[in-house]
Design a protein around this ligand. Structure first.
Ligand code: PLP
Length: 452
């Protein structure tokens, strides 16, 4: 309660939250986040939290950056809205498209703007099908995606995604989408070397292409590192093997860079860490550090050339595609990432430092594995380190640990019994120390509750 108003009650009366059991929320009440600075958040009760999750994997430059606030205010004054339809554009959209293409791998030089990551993946879905239509291969329609992938909440996004609990609601996926197993080494590699598991997991894609017939397979879509699915870090050779397979069977490669893009892995894009070149990249989140909603699709030159030269009008777009205020904020955000050399710092300093600190948690009785690339990481919780058996019902321990972390003033996320980490990219060494120390306290409290 703040003043005379019970905000929690008001929220429960009128607001249906995304990805929330709204009935349970009525009982527990909601946490009202009131302000933020750097890597910290404060709730309405005055509690401070280290945000180990950067909002939703997105606040890359941290909270409270004046440059972004000023960029938004200035653009609001100059031109608060105009669209990019029907042969018009705005200066921020022009400048942002150029700024993005200066960062993308060679050969990707065209951007289509959207308002979100889900819209980006829907756009990829339609562009890919349009591409094969224009190539005269109308039968090439099927997308291959992966189990537990998250590609958004729109109908195509949720269908491309491999979350069973999403498919169950709304009779998804829509036709023409197939899911293969994810490259989840912790559960699936057994005694295989990383390289052998990388080849095996890429081979699942080849098997599926052959089963469907290459003449039916339009594209493969995947997150370079699967985020919401549990920070599934594939072996280093996985993506180059996938690339070879896709090129062999003339299957387009769509990298969903919504989380990995803009520095999370210590490179501008996840595909640069793994050394492959996609035909499409979906971007959002870190593009504006989440300060305003904006996303996009970056298209490889050969594909873009065909769509432009032979495609005529592409009947697709959003009122807020490349919104000028969002684009101005994204530009200011990219400037900060560049000028403060944040991506390089993640690669050379904070990422390796997080690896060293996480390794200190491996001695904890609940910890089966820690892993990270740059500033995205995971901790596997198990009852038995050797057999990797989980404790009780999958997900209960993860949720408990997340709640214990919250009590320690740390925001983590759990997927099943896997704890996920993705702090703002500007996190300092001392703040990483705090993050890991609080994680250990949360692990201790979890183990105590479980009687371990
Ligand atoms: N793709 C990935 C990999 C994501 O993690 C997300 C969101 O978490 C999306 C797409 C969807 O983005 P949005 O929530 O902006 O629609």
């Amino acid at each position: 309660t703040s003043g005379d108003i019970d905000w929690r009650h008001l929220d429960a009366s009128h607001h249906l939250h995304p990805f929330t059991d709204n009935k349970a929320l009525r009982l527990t009440g909601v946490r009202v986040i009131e302000k933020a600075e750097g890597v910290y958040l404060w709730d309405g009760d005055g509690n401070r939290y280290l945000d180990g999750f950067a909002g939703l994997w997105c606040v890359n430059v941290g909270y409270g950056r004046k440059e972004l606030i000023e960029a938004a205010a200035a653009q609001m004054q100059q031109l608060p809205y105009y669209n990019l339809f029907f042969k018009t554009t705005t200066m921020p959209a022009i400048e942002l498209a150029q700024a993005i293409c200066e960062l993308t791998p060679p050969g990707l030089n065209q951007v289509f703007f959207t308002g979100s990551g889900s819209e980006a993946n829907d756009t990829v879905f339609r562009m890919v099908r349009r591409y094969w239509d224009l190539r005269g291969q109308k039968k090439k329609k099927v997308f291959i995606a992966r189990k537990n992938a998250y590609h958004g909440s729109t109908v195509a996004g949720a269908s491309l995604g491999g979350m069973r609990y999403m498919h169950e609601q709304g009779d998804l996926p829509i036709p023409g989408i197939e899911h293969i197993e994810q490259p989840y080494a912790f559960e699936l590699a057994g005694d295989l070397s990383s390289e052998a598991f990388g080849r095996l997991a890429a081979g699942w894609l080849e098997q599926k292409i052959l089963e469907l017939g290459p003449e039916h397979v339009a594209a493969f879509i995947g997150e370079p590192i699967q985020g919401a699915g549990g920070v599934i870090i594939p072996p280093l050779n996985y993506w180059s093997e996938v690339e070879k397979i896709c090129r062999k069977y003339d299957v387009l490669i769509c990298a969903d860079e919504v989380i990995c893009g803009f520095g999370r892995l210590g490179h501008w894009f996840g595909c640069q860490h793994f050394g492959f070149t996609p035909d499409f990249m979906s971007i959002a989140k870190g593009l504006s550090s989440g300060y305003l909603p904006i996303g996009g699709v970056v298209v490889r030159d050969e594909v873009a050339e065909l769509l432009v030269e032979q495609g005529g009008e592409f009947n697709h777009g959003f009122t807020y595609s490349g919104h000028p205020v969002c684009a101005a904020v994204a530009l200011a955000n990219l400037r900060i990432l560049r000028e403060e050399r944040i991506v390089e710092t993640v690669r050379k300093q904070s990422g390796p430092y997080l690896s060293r600190k996480l390794a200190e948690l491996v001695d904890h009785p609940l910890v089966g594995e820690v892993r990270n690339i740059g500033l995205i990481g995971a901790i596997e919780l198990v009852a038995d380190k050797h057999t990797r058996k989980r404790c009780g019902k999958l997900g209960d321990t993860g949720s408990l640990c997340r709640d214990m972390a919250l009590r320690e003033g740390l925001i983590l996320r759990a997927t099943g019994d896997t704890m996920l980490l993705s702090p703002p990219l500007i996190i300092s060494g001392a703040e990483i120390d705090e993050l890991v120390a609080k994680t250990r306290l949360a692990l201790d409290a979890t183990a105590a509750q479980l009687g371990l």
